[in-house]
Design a protein around this ligand. Structure first.
Ligand code: AAL
Length: 408
């Protein structure tokens, strides 16, 4: 062969074939055709960017850490307006931290979600909100949740409203991390009044089981005429590693239970708070922040066995999307375009620790075609990169490695 000539047989074409070509393909190319809803992010219905907007209408006492709003429910539309429910903490002092839980009291919170009640707010545009006050307060002792009721989510089923939430009977952190099962309250209207069952509806696992300490972030939807409630648990802490966070599923015929935990739990190996929505015949889930597959959106055709559907950036924390078909028992989920999420320590100061609610927008919808949301690569500020600088110890380690090489 002459110099400069390349021997190619059957090279992959320059014009990207929309269909999987009939030719030998690498594992990566097989995956690109087989595993995603589009062969590039622009055509992948489960790929999106996220845009953020500050909400109007909430006061945080100048951000001094005495008021927190976090872990919003999904958004629902009822009575001509949008509704959200969320954890609301108003304490004389900011939280002292999980590691100092023993110093907490009836007025001094350990974690940001300690000593909290469930509040709600309404809006006509999703940007300006009016806080309506408490929906579910902490019940009196000894009922589940008397220490704190937090991290709620809403279900609408056969004309009734149900709020599921974490019920604490001790300060978070007292026994390492959180210790909480899930409780439920119900009402005939989203404005209440709410009746607390004062019973545990999703219990912690038995000692030794993965979800023995916490049932976090309950997230109910309706599928196959049943309540499909996804949740997260923290587990697997060892001497050298932190907690693992994975998600499970519990299913019931009746919103008040009994709920049966799925035998394949955990069903999502990554993620922190739960965010899901019906999509086509299946369900899509956000895997944010933690785990081998964090920063992905995943899809389970059968609502149980999830596969990675896209890799995304800057995902919303604790997102509660507006999901018009969350409770319609749909087999043709249409997806989502916005919701409410939260942002921790907007000022970056642990001594004034609190969380604020925030709006996110995206295009994970079969009904919207927003090209700007399908762009890839977020341009980061130089300052952000510099904040992730090397520590003193890392610099010392590098100096040692250099020295070792020089001596050779
Ligand atoms: C989160 C959630 C749960 C945890 C705590 C408050 O964001 O996973 O709600 O208990 O942190």
């Amino acid at each position: 062969m002459a110099v400069g000539q390349v021997k190619t047989t059957n090279a992959f074409p320059y014009n990207f074939p929309e269909e999987k070509p009939n030719m030998p393909l690498s594992a990566a190319m097989q995956r690109n055709y087989d595993n995603y809803m589009g062969i590039r992010p622009e055509t992948n219905e489960l790929y999106t960017q996220f845009k953020y907007t500050k909400l109007k209408g909430f006061d945080y006492n100048g951000g001094d850490g005495t008021i927190s709003r976090r872990d919003p429910s999904k958004v629902i539309f009822a009575n001509g307006k949008y509704y959200i429910w969320y954890t609301h903490r108003k304490t004389p002092v900011p939280p002292i931290g999980l590691h100092r839980a023993k110093e907490s009291s009836e007025t001094i919170p350990s974690a940001d979600w300690d000593l909290s009640d469930i509040y709600y707010a309404t809006s006509e545009d999703g940007f300006t909100w009016k806080e309506q006050g408490v929906a579910v307060p902490r019940p009196p002792k000894p009922h589940v949740g008397h220490r704190s009721v937090t991290t709620t989510d809403i279900l609408v089923f056969k004309g009734k409203y149900y709020l599921y939430y974490q019920g604490f009977t001790e300060a978070p952190g007292l026994n390492g991390g959180d210790y909480c099962p899930v409780a439920v309250s119900y009402a005939n209207s989203p404005d209440g009044p709410w009746t607390a069952t004062n019973k545990i509806v999703i219990p912690n696992g038995k000692p030794g089981e993965w979800d023995q300490h916490s049932i976090h972030d309950p997230f109910p939807m309706v599928h196959n005429g049943k309540i499909y409630l996804y949740y997260k648990s923290d587990f697997g802490k060892s001497k050298t590693t932190g907690m693992v966070r994975m998600h499970g599923l519990a299913i019931a015929d009746d919103p008040l239970g009994p709920f049966e935990k799925h035998p394949l739990n955990p069903i999502l190996n990554s993620g922190h708070e739960t965010t899901l929505f019906p999509f086509k015949e299946g369900v899509a889930a956000f895997a944010i922040r933690d785990g081998n597959e964090s920063n992905t959106i995943q899809y389970a055709k059968d609502w149980v066995n999830f596969e990675i559907a896209s890799t995304v950036e800057m995902m919303p924390d604790a997102a509660g999307p507006f999901i018009p078909d969350a409770f319609t028992n749909t087999k043709k989920g249409r997806g989502i375009t916005w919701g409410i999420s939260h942002f921790a320590r907007p000022h970056g100061d642990w001594n004034r620790n609190h969380i604020i609610l925030l709006r996110f927008d995206c295009d994970l919808s079969l009904d919207v075609e927003d090209k700007a949301m399908k762009k890839h690569h977020i341009i980061r500020e130089f300052e952000t990169i510099l904040k992730h600088g090397l520590s003193g110890n890392q610099k010392k380690r590098i100096a040692k490695e250099n020295e070792k090489l020089m001596r050779q």
